[in-house]
Design a protein around this ligand. Structure first.
Ligand SMILES: Nc1nc2c(ncn2[C@@H]2O[C@H](COP(=O)(O)OP(=O)(O)OP(=O)(O)O)[C@@H](O)[C@H]2O)c(=O)[nH]1
Length: 312
């Protein structure tokens, strides 16, 4: 029987062939001299730098993205000093000036005294994986956005309105400040859709959403789509006269847009009706009651002939 029971090949050329035919790039660094003792020839195909240009750890560190360098070098040095195997992801500079995402998997070798002697490892090209990760992060962000944005108009949706309204309500209780809300409904929008088509109706909703965002100018003012052809504006720290002037500004902006109503018997131009409410809420008041009151005013504006603002 052989004295090599594991069947390990003793001819080092076999190992070399194996190492140099993998996609991962093998390397070895002498920890005392901080010089490369070996790096696989595959490095040239991946990064463009010739195999014999990798002399010291400085060649490794300087060919790293400046944003990754300090973090990765500090991490690898501290792990190596502690004798801990580790991995690090970073962007490596190519000879053409581009960057490739690498994962370095590092194994720490110790001598008989237990002192760190060398580092050996493999570099893996993880660009594809990173790309997928980045795409997933972007997708996740989009999904989060969709969960609080109205898909058609891009302003906040009803769910977001509920959250923001709650925050402002509590804030107004705490500071005993005036909180105003404007509820707006496009007039005769059914007729608009019937006359101009649903797509044109969608366009009209988008333009009105943009215009409302321009009309409510303070940083904490907040516009949301309340549902269908109804929008809502929250105006924190705003009394009734100030809320009326925001509503008037929005109405004015809509008139300036001159959106034709189509061949409608109602009016030549798209208009909207608005209800305004202002409250300095106490702990006993309920948001739903306040919104009901504003809604009643909006419907009073409709009943009184539309294209108007009702605030009491
Ligand atoms: N194009 C489009 N239309 C919508 C959307 N959401 C709601 N609508 C339409 O808005 C119209 C609302 O009609 P009604 O509730 O009868 O009110 P109105 O015709 O505006 O009449 P008043 O509010 O009384 O002035 C309906 O025809 C809905 O189909 C949307 O996302 N896109």
């Amino acid at each position: 029987m052989s004295d090599n029971p594991a069947g390990l090949v003793e001819d080092s050329s076999v190992y070399r062939t194996l190492l140099e035919s993998t996609k991962a790039i093998p390397w070895k660094i002498n920890w005392r001299t901080m010089r490369f003792e070996y790096i696989g020839p595959q490095i040239e195909a991946l990064l463009g730098w010739p195999q014999d240009s990798w002399l010291t750890v400085d060649d490794w560190a300087t060919r790293m993205h400046p944003e990754d360098r300090e973090r990765v070098v500090n991490f690898c040095v501290s792990q190596s000093e502690a004798g801990v195997d580790h991995e690090a992801d970073y962007r490596a500079l190519t000879e053409r000036g581009e960057y490739v995402w690498l994962r370095d998997v590092v194994h720490v070798l110790r001598d008989d005294n237990g002192d760190v002697e060398a580092l050996i490892g493999f570099m893996f090209d993880i660009s594809e994986r990173k790309k997928t990760e980045d795409e997933l992060v972007a997708l996740q962000k989009k999904l989060e956005e969709y969960s609080y944005k109205d898909g058609l108009t891009g302003v906040a949706n009803r769910r977001m309105f509920d959250t923001v309204m709650n925050e402002n309500w509590n804030d107004a209780i705490r500071h005993q400040s005036s909180l105003s809300v404007i509820l707006l409904d496009i007039d005769n929008f059914k007729a608009y859709n019937d006359l101009n088509g649903h797509l044109q109706g969608d366009e009209c909703l988008k333009r009105i959403a943009t215009l409302l965002e321009n009309g409510a100018q303070r940083p904490r003012d907040f516009v949301a789509r309340f549902g269908g052809e109804e929008f809502v504006i929250i105006l924190p720290e705003t009394d009734t006269p100030a809320a009326i002037s925001v509503a008037e500004r929005c109405r004015q902006l809509l008139l300036e847009e001159q959106l034709p109503q189509g061949d409608s018997p109602h009016s030549k131009q798209v208009t909207m009706s608005m209800g305004i409410g202002t409250v300095i809420p106490s702990r006993h008041d309920r948001i739903a009651d306040f919104l009901d009151l504003v809604d009643q005013r909006l419907y009073k504006a409709k009943r009184d002939g539309r294209n108007r603002i009702v605030f009491d």
